[in-house]
Design a binder for this molecule. Sequence first.
Ligand code: DC
Length: 219
Amino acid sequence: MKINIAIDGPSAAGKSTIAKKLAKELQYAYLDTGAMYRCVAYQALTSHLPLDNEEELLHMIPTLQMQFDIHNHVFLNGEDVTDAIRDNEVSMAASAISTHQKVREFLVHKQQCMAKDKGFVMDGRDIGTVVLKDAELKLYLIASVEERSNRRIKEYLSKGIQADYKSIYEDIIKRDFQDMNREVSPLRKADDAIEIDTSYMNVDEVVTYILELISKRKG
Ligand code: DC
């Protein structure tokens, strides 16, 4: 029987890498909910919409067509925005627009509809606490700010994007603060989530550990 797996944690803690690999191993669907907030932010920036104007954002969001293919490519109104939405400016803007309650309600509803038949690995900030409160397995991934900054730098360099350690480090701290201290659905570990510190673990070690957790639960 298929289950739903919720993965939360701060930015660059390894959520999406782990979630993708886990979904592949289990032959489950994967949804990167952060990409949805990023698409909204990307469109807002492109259309010069003020990020603090919830009314205007709410007007725009229903016009957005977001699609995710099996290769984890993200399409916004038909345009491949997979790389464009990873830009640092979009990251900060996504964190800013995610503070709006009605923006969240709209996206959360979409996410819940997608996962209603189970067999989903979903990652984000509020998956275990709000979106999939009844997920059979909830994980909360963390890693030190230093390790997360190094991972971001590697990711940017591999894509040929210029990156400077100090600004990445400071942005991670700023985004953590924003995500953990917002009024609506702040990032926090669900009471029934299992915390995994990935600072000293590689991707395969984390995935193997999670697969063991799943088989123990099923057993
Ligand atoms: O996971 P990510 O870094 O791609 O997410 C980008 C931003 O979107 C993040 O700073 C906070 C917001 N977000 C959120 O509030 N809730 C989610 N479920 C996913 C992301």
